[in-house]
Write a protein that binds this ligand. Structure first.
Ligand SMILES: O=P(O)(O)OC[C@H]1O[C@H](O)[C@H](O)[C@@H](O)[C@@H]1O
Length: 509
């Protein structure tokens, strides 16, 4: 049996807290309501409504200490090959700063700065042209980050460019994105770390043909030769990235070019600076005041001590409605592993299912289950203190709902009528940003990145590979000839499904 790193002990601590209400935990500890909180720059998080007490927290911080969390953070920032299964560093932090002064960190940061200069120049050239619209073609890590940030921060009107995103291989997606766009006023970015991703290659071919003029076709990739070979994009229109940037950690690199085009290069750099501020906090702050450590160890508590199998993220801000989608890739692709670094079974539960949606909309869809369902789903609530719209009454109502839901989940409410009774004891963290700016969003995303790294450390897994996504791609590649009619599918169920499908399409399609 693989070592469980002291997680069994946490489960027995949790058992001792069973039946103790969250309200009595708060009442028993006068400092808890305000004291179970950490602020890092523009991000404040309050953990008082989690289902642990100080002794449990002591055990969690002791666990982080025993795993040398500070040393492992230094290894990450310093460019050690923390992505052990692929023998690589994971230097996304070097895209936004140079905190450790190691040679690899310094070199990576210098490369990142040089590419940023090129992004600025290309952006300025595009701004001086007749281009009004940008289509960003990419998927997964080459899509979700830029899509989130552009949706959150792009001006509602008056930005330099309108930026559109195309990811799905479904041709309907391309058709929808292109409807209403004028090829003569559009530039296309093909974003793919590998330049071997089926969706991006197929959509890229559609866009290239639609554009009709290769001069407005750009590539962002760690494999420029492939971009040149497949799309004849000359190197001056290729922005590089590197194998030391994981796809889901890449929005800070040239993969963020759509962000820079949507909000301007200065604002893109403010996003990076926000992340750099969180980096400095996480790297340099002792464990007990370290926001990423609190967040990660809370996740470990909920998963391994309370055995909760999902994690909801509920931003109470319309502009952050894509955050759950973004975090699904960041967290689940990073931590969805069952073996430790040495290949042995992990022996404990790893990533829960991450999901969520924006409040208040989601209150009117799935909150019933959160309040009265039989399983308990821990929540990260995210709110923004100051709004930047002209409807202050709506903002107060939004925040009243945010604070109310967190209170109602924790405290519940008794009733003689079981149908109208709320058990409460639903754990949540409330994260509050001062305002939603490039800086605060950068800090928030970096917080989640570091929390993921620390959770991976506890579970002894590699958060930087994603071999699990390969099998489905391989099977799809094998099956494409069967759909084209060239071969028969070998698997009997797939063969039956294809036969069923063939009956429904005309022979020519
Ligand atoms: O950037 P690309 O090489 O096109 O990869 C795009 C995405 O596809 C892969 O399947 C991985 O699961 C993701 O981690 C990656 O971000």
């Amino acid at each position: 049996m693989a070592t469980t790193n002291g997680l069994d002990e946490l489960a027995s601590r949790a058992a001792r807290l069973e039946g103790v209400s969250t309200a009595s935990l708060v009442a028993a500890d006068p400092d808890r309501a305000a004291g179970f909180a950490v602020r890092a720059g523009p991000v404040y998080a309050n953990f008082a409504r989690q289902r642990y007490d100080r002794k449990a927290l002591d055990a969690l911080f002791a666990l982080a200490e025993s795993l040398d969390a500070p040393g492992r953070l230094r290894a990450l920032f310093g460019g050690e090959p923390v992505n052990q299964t692929e023998g690589r560093a994971a230097l996304h932090t070097a895209l936004r700063g140079d905190l450790t002064g190691t040679e690899s960190g310094r070199e990576a940061h210098a490369q990142a700065l040089a590419v940023r200069e090129r992004m600025r120049a290309l952006g300025d050239a595009l701004a001086a042209s007749q281009v009004t619209d940008i289509v960003s073609v990419g998927i997964g890590g080459s899509d979700l980050g830029p899509r989130l940030v552009v949706d959150a921060l792009a001006p509602v009107e008056g930005g330099r460019f309108r930026v559109h995103f195309l990811s799905n291989v479904d041709g309907a997606a391309a058709q929808r994105v292109l409807a209403g766009l004028d090829p003569a006023r559009t530039a296309v970015l093909l974003i793919s770390k590998t330049f071997g991703t089926q969706e991006t290659l197929l959509n890229g071919a559609i866009l290239r043909a639609w554009l009709g003029d290769d001069r407005r076709l750009y590539a962002i990739t760690a494999n420029p030769d492939r971009a040149t070979a497949a799309f004849a994009i000359p190197h001056e229109r290729v922005l590089p990235m590197w194998d030391w940037v994981g796809g889901r950690y890449s929005l800070w690199s040239a993969v963020g070019f759509p962000i820079a085009l949507a909000i301007g290069m200065d604002q893109f750099e403010a996003l990076l600076n926000g992340a750099a501020g969180m980096d400095a906090h996480v790297l340099l702050t002792p464990l007990r005041e370290n926001l990423a450590v609190w967040h990660a160890m809370t996740a470990v508590w909920n998963r391994n001590a309370l055995k909760l199998s999902t994690q909801a993220v509920l931003p109470y801000d319309e502009r952050l409605k894509l955050l759950p989608n973004y975090l699904q890739q960041l967290v689940m692709e990073s931590l969805g592993k069952s073996v430790r670094l040495d290949g042995s079974p992990v022996g404990v539960d790893t990533v829960p299912v991450w999901w969520g949606g924006a409040g208040t909309d989601s209150q009117h869809s799935f909150f019933q289950a959160l309040h009265q369902g039989t399983s308990i789903e821990p929540v990260d609530f995210i709110g923004v203190a100051r709004s930047d719209h002209d409807h202050p009454g709506n903002h107060l109502a939004l925040l009243a709902n945010l604070f109310a839901q967190s209170e109602a989940f924790a405290n519940g409410q008794d009733s003689d009528d079981p149908h109208r009774s709320y058990a409460g004891q639903r754990p949540s963290t409330l994260i509050l940003l001062d305002e939603l700016t490039p800086k605060s969003l950068g800090a928030l995303i970096a917080l989640y990145e570091h929390s993921v790294y620390l959770q991976g450390l506890v579970w002894g897994i590699n958060p930087f590979d994603q071999f699990g996504v390969e099998l489905g791609k391989q099977v799809a590649n094998r099956l494409l000839p069967a759909l084209e009619g060239a071969v028969e599918a070998k698997d009997p169920v797939t063969a039956a499904l294809l036969a069923e499908w063939r009956q429904r399409v005309s022979p020519t399609r």
